[in-house]
Design a protein around this ligand. Structure first.
Ligand code: UT7
Length: 335
């Protein structure tokens, strides 16, 4: 049988298209300084963020995700009806149910796909990519649309300077396709530590704090973070998981052509990159433009890296993320 025209287990999942979207409304550090006791200087030096995009005028997680999906399909040269699986990584879904992925499926006309959301916070895209990869490698699906999409502005406390300066809205998407040469995802590795859930969460309106019961603290409707604790663990986990994922492929730091990290704080990325012995040109950074967009962060960065020519054929790219849960994960991809 001609392997090129068949769909046999053992295929790799190759990234054949990408897209991203961000709301047009922007909130600069100067705008924030007029809202809370902060300054452009503090935000820039502590985080590297200059502005973030904020969903307004009917923009939602699903509308941003659908726009990113359309662009990814266009760059892959695929029709929506060809899609077999859609996964949306998000912690700010369109509604409690149905899934954001259901809205995306309907909006783009992917009527032959099955769809679901995945909640792994900032690692949501890496987790989703790793799951889609399995379906493709086992031969069950020929393709998948994997999206990270968030409207964190909806759960941020805009009076809390410790958190509101960090986050923004957006979406990124990739199309994975079964491939039979050496290109594709070589390895994904994910980890979790639920005992640390308290350092980063949003507690209202789940089973523990249902909507009919008054909240013990009204601020529970907002995201709560212990930034210092997250910071320390993020650097360690990003290094560790990158190292392990590369080792699984028989590779080391020297094999990385580009590191596309979750954009949570420029200092976190820089200190991880230093320990991984990566020069600046091998580290993608766009946090100044978007802030932390959680699950959307890695696919937005990957899309920009691809469209700007930072990734060339044959390059080894490492995607890595860390976030609430705690969760973390990395993917090593040959383009
Ligand atoms: O993707 C996962 C989610 N991301 C995160 O959780 C972010 C990870 N953490 C971080 O990025 C950093 O920890 C922050 C940027 C959040 C904070 O940076 P830091 O260097 O860890 O600062 P800090 O929390 O230790 O605060 C230092 C000082 C404090 O004042 P005192 O106690 O030293 O007088 C804060 O009250 O900075 C003060 N501060 C601010 N000052 C001006 C905290 N937020 C602000 C602010 N503007 N926005």
């Amino acid at each position: 049988m001609d392997k090129k025209n068949s769909h046999l287990p053992g295929f790799t999942a190759a990234v054949i298209g990408s897209g991203s979207s961000a709301p047009s409304a922007q909130l600069t550090n100067e705008d924030l300084a007029a809202m809370v006791d902060t300054s452009d200087e503090w935000i820039t030096t502590r985080t590297g963020i200059k502005k973030r995009h904020i969903a307004k005028n009917g923009e939602t997680t699903a509308s941003l995700a659908s726009e990113a999906a359309r662009k990814a399909l266009e760059s892959a040269g695929m029709k929506p009806e060809e899609l077999e699986l859609i996964i949306v990584g998000t912690i700010t879904p369109e509604m409690v149910f149905p899934s954001t992925a259901a809205f995306v499926q309907d909006a783009i006309g992917a009527k032959n796909a099955w769809v679901f959301d995945l909640a792994a916070a900032c690692s949501g895209f890496i987790y989703s990519l790793g799951i889609a990869q399995q379906f493709i490698e086992t031969g069950q699906h020929k393709n998948a649309l994997v999206i990270g999409a968030e409207t964190l502005s909806k759960i941020v406390n805009w009076k809390d300077r410790a958190s509101c300066i960090l986050f923004g809205d957006g979406a990124g998407a990739v199309i994975l396709k079964a491939n039979n040469d050496e290109k594709g995802i070589l390895r994904s590795r994910m980890g979790s530590d639920g005992s640390e859930w308290e350092v980063l969460n949003c507690q209202a309106y789940g089973s523990r704090n249902p909507s009919h019961k008054p909240l013990d603290d009204p601020n529970m409707i907002y995201m709560q973070i212990n930034g210092r604790s997250v910071y320390q663990q993020a650097v360690r986990r990003i290094i560790e998981t990158t190292e392990q994922c590369l080792a699984d492929c028989g590779m080391g730091f020297g094999d990385i052509d580009l590191l596309v990290s979750h954009q949570m704080n420029a200092r976190i990325i820089e200190s991880a990159a230093k320990r991984l012995k990566l020069p600046d040109e091998k580290v993608f950074m766009n946090i100044a433009e978007y802030g932390n967009t959680s699950a959307a962060s890695v696919p937005i960065a990957l899309d920009e890296a691809l469209r700007s020519g930072r990734i060339k054929s044959g390059d080894i790219v490492v995607l890595v993320a860390f976030g609430a849960g705690l969760t973390w994960g990395a993917s090593v991809i040959r383009f």
